[in-house]
Design a protein around this ligand. Sequence first.
Ligand code: CU
Length: 189
Amino acid sequence: MSISMAAVAASMAVVTGGGLAVGTGQGTHAIAHEHFVAVADSDTYRAVTYDTAAVPAGSQVTVVSHPASDGGTRVALILEGVQPDRTFGAHVHRNRCGASPGDSGSHYQNVPDPVTPSTDPAYANPDNEIWLDLTTDGHGDGHAVAAVGWRFRAGEAASVVVHEHATDTHPGHAGTAGARLACVDVPLS
Ligand SMILES: [Cu+2]
């Protein structure tokens, strides 16, 4: 499945040259297919790497999001050419990428945690957020798919961030995954 999604995303991105969002009345379909650029060399911060050892400049990222017929949402993340044989955390964040790793803001949550930062497993969990942790193969390729039972609120989900390690689930640390290594803008909502 990931191969066909990547092929579709790649062909559409050639046409659009960036993130593509299509509203259908059934929710928003969104696709981004980008090569990461070192933050110092980026002017748009559309797909930036803050750690070129883990996520080299020129490595590729593809994100596809689509509304499921059951009222939920599915999001797929594909990384190609990043550090081999490594587990990365990854999530949907609220803001667009920027020069600073923190610019992408906090995680998108279906039911927002009244406490910030959100590290309560009742809110920071893969049913209330989009978690896309993955482990790369020997070529540095990996993919993940998240399925949740809700749709993004308009204008509140804007990027996917790749993190240092797998996402923690313990109280007080839930949702954290270490440093932000890279970020890609995706017009998710
Ligand atoms: Cu994150």
